[in-house]
Design a binder for this molecule. Structure first.
Ligand code: ZN
Length: 486
């Protein structure tokens, strides 16, 4: 009986194709935000990122719906970096019962804690405000998507893993982080899944930074992968060069200094504020900074800058050399961090021209709104935008040339000079992305593009297809792609 069963066993080699090894794309699929992918191998399930969708009413609805996978079956979570569109739904995951490990680099762990506390606080105050106006119309209260308590449930789950350290998370699944050069702690994740001849190397790019960003190292390249899941945010265009960007920044500051008004720079508190401080320090060192006072007015920027200062081990060589010459991001003599609301308000009375860096970067909330209200109507003032301004935001209205805007219900006319400097992106441009993919010289990896609008993805897919003679997949939301087969 036993011997008659033998012919029915699968032939050697056929086993590889029968093993489940796939990825399901739950977010950042033909869109830029909401990064969330489920990697399956046999009965093991690893969630890669758990990001929030941002920007539209539709996005908010999707953030609030039930997770589209079974949380009870998750074995582990791996997090690429601390941006909200990659980590923002972790409190919701914890609130829904996930209590397993969350792997991330130590800097990502620290930044994520800062950002999730802030995100939970925003959720709570938004729900409170909405509940108040609904009550006036006799409508029921709304619940925040998650609370500060939910965010606190996430933190004990973190397992910090430094760059380049092999980390076995499950039987036959291990990974190592490489520097993605996007924000402090950001990682490219190289998984080894399966064993022996069935082992597959899966590289998840996360968000890839541009070469030459201030403070942090350039993104690493890898040369070997069977499968690559790759971001494509700027797959259709290059940024202006760093040299041109810095020259333009300096020109705008000099122009502003001549008119004698304040310079307001709306900037995201994590990453962008620190790279601006670095660039201002460079100008100051070379005696080319035309302002003697720079104020950083954002409590989160203060905490984050402190974290950057404690993370010198992650800086690039240029920054380390500067540190040797005495540069200290937290201790620049022309930079003042404002702590309290009173200090922040006192800036409105400041008569000496100064640079004020404040959040939020798209002017959707935060202290920057006060500074805009006090300065937009002054012809001698300048507002300098250094980041992308999403549709529907106050920042976008100003960039688009609005003659008047509403701030806290009050109409403010726009007389200040509005500048947009586009080259400070934390994302690789098209040429950088193509170069990053070209580095996979050992074989031709099965490529899946994510984290991009359709136009960007198509343009990048065209370029990669020409070079590799295989068109990358552009998965739709909910689509599953197998990567275990040869
Ligand atoms: Zn990011």
């Amino acid at each position: 009986m036993q011997s008659s069963a033998v012919p029915h066993l699968p032939a050697a080699g056929a086993a590889a194709t029968s093993i489940v090894m796939d990825i399901t794309f739950y977010g950042a699929a033909r869109e830029v935000t909401g990064s969330c992918f489920l990697i399956r191998y046999r009965d093991r399930r690893v969630l890669f990122d758990c990001g929030m969708r941002q920007g539209t009413f539709e996005a908010d609805k999707k953030n609030r719906r039930r997770f589209q996978f079974d949380i009870g079956q998750l074995d582990a979570v791996v997090l690429s970096h601390a941006h909200i569109d990659h980590c923002g739904l972790l409190p919701k995951l914890a609130a829904a019962g996930y209590a397993g490990p969350i792997y991330a680099t130590p800097a990502t762990v620290a930044l994520t804690e800062i950002l999730l506390r802030d995100a939970a606080h925003i959720q709570e105050s938004d729900a409170e405000r909405e509940t108040r106006w609904r009550a006036r119309e006799g409508k029921s209260a709304v619940e925040p998507m998650y609370t500060t308590q939910d965010a606190e449930k996430v933190f004990p789950l973190f397992k910090p893993v430094p760059y380049w350290k092999d980390c076995r998370i499950l039987d036959e699944i291990e990974f190592r982080f490489h520097d993605a050069g996007h924000i402090l702690g950001s990682a490219i994740t190289e998984f080894e899944i399966g064993s022996g001849g069935n082992m597959r190397r899966l590289v998840m790019s996360g968000d890839i930074g541009p070469d030459g960003q201030a403070l942090i190292r350039d993104p690493e390249t890898l040369d070997h992968a069977h499968a690559v899941v790759m971001e494509s945010t700027y797959g259709d265009r290059d940024h202006r060069s760093r040299e041109e960007t810095l020259a333009e920044f300096e020109r705008v500051l000099h122009e502003a200094a001549e008119t004698g008004g304040h310079v307001i720079i709306p900037a995201f508190a994590v990453g962008r504020t620190q790279s601006l401080l670095y660039r201002l320090a460079e100008l100051d060192r070379d005696k080319r900074l035309p302002f003697r006072e720079v104020y950083v007015d954002s409590p989160m920027a203060l905490t984050t800058t402190g974290l950057y200062c404690r993370s010198a081990g992650l800086f690039d060589e240029e920054t380390l050399e500067l540190i040797e010459q005495g540069f200290e991001l937290c201790d620049l003599d022309f930079v003042h961090f404002t702590h309290s609301v009173e200090d922040s308000k006192a800036l409105n009375e400041l008569r000496r021209p100064a640079i004020i860096i404040s959040a939020s970067g798209m002017c959707t909330g935060g202290r920057v709104l006060h500074h805009l209200r006090h300065n937009l109507w002054r012809p001698e003032a300048h507002v300098v935008f250094v980041g992308f301004q999403g549709r529907g935001t106050l920042g976008r209205q100003l960039v688009d040339g609005a003659k008047a805007v509403r701030i806290y219900g009050e109409e403010v006319s726009v007389k200040a000079a509005i500048h947009t400097i586009n080259g400070f992106s934390a994302h690789a441009g098209r040429s950088d992305l193509i170069r990053w993919h070209d580095a996979f010289t050992k074989g031709n990896p099965q490529t899946m593009l994510v984290h991009g609008e359709e136009d960007s993805m198509e343009a990048l897919a065209d370029a990669l297809e020409k070079r590799r003679h295989a068109r990358p997949a552009m998965p739709r939301e909910g689509e599953t792609i197998s990567f275990g087969k040869d």
